[in-house]
Design a protein around this ligand. Structure first.
Ligand code: 76R
Length: 248
């Protein structure tokens, strides 16, 4: 058996994609809509309070295209908390005007492919901050799930550690070129969801998603071993922008 990569896990992660039932929403009265917006804003406030106390983090983005209208990305210490959040939101009146477009369950993950040997990563504040990150409030988000291929001769899981490490190093070098332009959060989802990882990227300039992902396509680990699910791209929402989005 090939050597298993050691992974470090941080906060659990839920991407909760929703679409708005515009036909129904338009039929509700302004008074009802205002009450629902108040309730929604209460949630946004609660989530930002949790973030302030470093108990988790939440990102809220609108989604461009027909796959969804918006996404809540929640990071919390436990799966129970994620479950509570989604259930609490489902009980709101506003949620009854939304449909569940897609969801993804994972846990923030770092792997040991490029660690310095002999250091305890859990003693490293930089690593801890990456395992329990406060999500950036960048203008844009990009999310997609992915697998490492297991197909005939192209089987990532049959490769030796050294070969995988070499490829991950090359992957990391490409990624590093985008430092300051794209922030990536890799979350592992083996055993939690239908793909092996969730990739969440944040950037001020959405074009940097395209540049980074395209460049990685030519790198062996993506070219030969990457299989990808649906891509979601969107724009940052705050309370005012969410209210504007829902104004009819
Ligand atoms: O953690 C680190 O920064 C060290 C290097 C590194 C690892 C181990 C790294 C760097 N990644 C790692 C692991 Mn990554 N990453 C992706 C995608 O679209 C594609 O082709 C792939 C999707 C992107 C865009 C991306 C970006 N990475 C992983 C893993 C786990 C692999 C495993 O365990 O087998 C996956 C699935 C994955 C996928 N990666 C970086 C980036 C960027 C921008 C970096 C540089 C980060 C930095 O230096 O700040």
């Amino acid at each position: 058996m090939s050597e298993v990569a050691i992974t470090l896990e941080g906060w659990y992660c839920l991407h909760d994609f929703r679409s708005v039932n515009w036909a129904a929403w338009r039929l509700s009265t302004t008074e009802e809509q205002n009450r629902m917006l108040d309730e929604l804003n209460t949630f946004l406030k609660q989530w930002s309070d949790i973030e302030e106390s470093k108990q988790g983090s939440t990102a809220v983005y609108s989604i461009v295209g027909q796959k969804a209208d918006f996404v809540f990305m929640h990071l919390r210490e436990t799966l129970e908390e994620l479950n509570e959040i989604e259930t609490a939101f489902n009980k709101t009146a506003f949620a009854s005007f939304t449909t569940q477009a897609y969801s993804y369950v994972s846990v923030v993950e770092l792997s040991n492919y490029v660690n310095q040997p002999g250091t305890d990563p859990m003693e490293n504040p930089e690593i801890l901050a990456r395992l329990k990150p406060i999500l950036p409030k960048a203008r844009h988000i990009c999310f997609y799930p992915m697998n490492k291929r297991r197909d005939g001769n192209d089987n990532w899981y049959m490769l030796g550690m050294d070969e995988r490490r070499t490829m991950m190093r090359s992957h990391g070098m490409i990624g590093r070129k985008y430092a300051g332009k794209v922030k990536q959060i890799i979350s592992g989802s083996v055993g939690f969801d239908n793909w092996e990882w969730g990739v969440t990227l944040f950037a001020e300039d959405a074009l940097q998603f395209k540049k980074l992902i395209y460049e990685m396509r030519f790198d062996e680990v993506s070219a030969r071993y990457g299989d990808f699910g649906d891509f979601y791209v969107g724009n940052l929402l705050d309370a005012a922008k969410f209210t504007a989005l829902l104004k009819v």
